[in-house]
Ligand binder design. Structure first.
Ligand code: ZN
Length: 82
């Protein structure tokens, strides 16, 4: 059984090969998505967890506090934010 892999930075599901980030040599990165990780490093290395929570909450298109809480819950256990 294969569990669904999610980006270890933003929690986006990595369903397709194109969803994955890339290493500096062009090979596929297994842990991060194409939005978060390109060319072997984070696309925004200075991003904080709080900023990522805001981005993800906005993406979920729910109202304020509820979305923020849900986003944070989904993000805190990810490798990038531990
Ligand atoms: Zn990501």
């Amino acid at each position: 059984m294969v569990s669904t892999t999610v980006c270890q930075s933003c929690a986006m599901p990595l369903a397709k090969s194109a969803d994955h980030g890339a290493e500096a040599d062009g090979t596929r990165n297994e842990e991060f998505c194409a939005h978060c990780y390109q060319g072997g490093s984070y696309t925004d290395p200075n991003l904080t967890l709080d900023q990522m929570v805001e981005i993800v909450a906005r993406f979920m298109q729910k109202s304020g506090d509820e979305a923020t809480r849900a986003a944070r819950e989904g993000l805190v256990d990810l490798k990038r934010w531990r």
